[in-house]
Design a protein around this ligand. Structure first.
Ligand SMILES: O=C(O)C1=C[C@@H](OP(=O)(O)O)[C@@H](O)[C@H](O)C1
Ligand SMILES: C=C(OP(=O)(O)O)C(=O)O
Length: 424
């Protein structure tokens, strides 16, 4: 079959868009909720979880450790248990599974093996493994500091104070905090190095731990202390995924009209909340009401200069909008994106330029200058957010095809159907 036979022709908006898009639950909240509920004192319900490749892998990983994750209608019921090996965990290409489960596995009795997609073997996990060793875990990674790896648990972990450089992923810190209350001495994580990215995701970890009755001290910058003690979730409700709102809100920005996302939380730690500000600066009009959050396009798409370190996962969508803007953009602070699902900086520059655009790699981001785009294939590199960025470009540029739209199932199965609601 020729490659093009599998391509997805991105729909072009011929009129302004007018849609209300119900988004599934947040990947980051769902996978935190599953890990917390797995270590809790009593069974709990995770309400309105995301069901996608990343969360399915988390549920499967927990089940392989002996924890119950049962379907109960729209929800997931988690029945905690002492984790046990022997077990094999497939992390796929999910950073949250690759980083959040090793600390839990270190609490297991028996051996737990981890592996994943070939890209997962290239994503950083070394500082987390070193930290686990310092806390008393027996980790075998053949000196690679990467997958595949094995953790030989003896049913508990000493815990205590650990120093690590989390500048390549905030998930190292979140991972240690999520299981830290179950370590004998709890955990004190001290970050030392260039700034930690994705701060809102750390706030999410801390907030969800505190909501589960865990004591977390964040009074010192770059230091997190989790006291040992029980985890009592009482059930966890998952918010809609605001990072996945990005391409849908972008649709109204680039095509004109309006898109509403119902259930936008009044208070949230999700980085996607920053879209309200970012997309306003790029020309959108944002309003919040009982129907949800609405973005109206004004017909003007402006470029933006922004440090996206805190909200790195929004970069692919912002870069797509930037490629359609009337003024230049400079997106910085996201060097760590080179080790995400793909090297997102290189991939975005290559694909924007392949459509006739004018993008340039910076050491820690990209610069995009206005230039008319033309038809072509937008490659997704097995990256859900690259694929949805191709869809955004296709709204405004006739003849854009995304090579692998199915990769959106990592965090948003049903993306093509939801997108069809917007681009009808
Ligand atoms: O903790 C989380 O749920 C996440 C943290 C961030 O990871 P990095 O800090 O590695 O960028 C983010 O990019 C990822 O999509 C989800
Ligand atoms: C970086 C991302 O995912 P992961 O959880 O695999 O790190 C992402 O979703 O943009």
């Amino acid at each position: 079959m020729p490659e093009s036979a599998q391509h997805w022709p991105a729909p072009t908006a011929r009129t302004p868009v007018d849609a209300t898009v119900e988004l599934p639950g947040s990947k980051s909240m769902t996978n935190r909720a599953l890990v917390l509920a797995a270590s809790a004192s009593a069974p709990a319900t995770v309400r309105r979880p995301l069901r996608s490749r990343d969360t399915g892998l988390m549920a499967a990983g927990l089940r392989s450790l002996g924890i119950g994750v049962e379907d109960s209608g729209a929800d997931w019921r988690v029945v905690p248990a002492r984790p046990r090996g022997p077990a094999r965990v497939d992390v796929g290409n999910a950073g949250t599974v690759m980083r959040f489960l090793p600390p839990l596995a270190a609490l297991a009795e028996g051996e737990v093996a981890f592996d994943g997609d070939s890209r997962a073997r290239e994503r950083p996990v070394g500082p987390l493994l070193e930290a686990l060793r310092a806390l008393g875990a027996d980790v075998e990674d053949a000196g690679r500091g990467a997958l595949p790896l094995r953790i030989r648990g003896s049913g508990g972990l000493r815990g205590g104070t650990v120093r690590l450089d989390a500048s390549s992923s905030s998930q190292f810190v979140s991972a240690l905090l999520l299981s830290g209350a179950r370590f004998e001495r709890g955990v004190e994580v001290r970050h030392e190095g260039p700034p930690v990215p994705s701060r809102p995701h750390l706030d999410m970890t801390v907030e969800m731990l505190r909501a589960a009755g865990v004591s977390v001290d964040t009074s010192e910058p770059d230091v997190w202390r989790v006291a040992p003690g029980p985890i009592e979730t009482g059930g966890i409700a998952v918010e809609p995924d605001l990072s996945n709102a990005a391409p849908f809100l972008a649709a109204a920005l680039v095509a004109g009209g309006r898109v509403t996302v119902p259930g936008w939380p009044e208070h949230t730690t999700q980085p996607g909340d920053a879209l309200r500000d970012l997309f306003s600066r790029m020309g959108g009009e944002v309003s919040a009401g009982s129907a949800g959050l609405t973005l109206r396009g004004t017909g003007e798409v402006r470029g933006i200069t922004a440090d996206l370190r805190e909200v790195g996962e929004l970069t692919p969508t912002i870069a797509a909008v930037a490629a359609l803007a009337s003024t230049p953009s400079r997106l910085t602070g996201v060097a760590h994106l080179r080790r995400h699902e793909t090297d997102r900086i290189a991939a975005l520059v290559r694909e924007i330029n392949a459509l006739g655009g004018d993008a340039e790699e910076l050491s820690d981001g990209l610069a995009v200058r206005p230039r008319p785009l033309h038809a072509g294939v937008f490659h997704s590199y097995d990256d859900h957010r690259m694929a949805t960025s191709g869809a955004v470009l296709g709204l405004a540029v006739e003849g854009v095809e995304v090579d692998d739209i199915a990769t959106t199932a990592k965090t948003l199965p049903g993306f093509p159907e939801l997108w069809a609601e917007v681009a009808k």
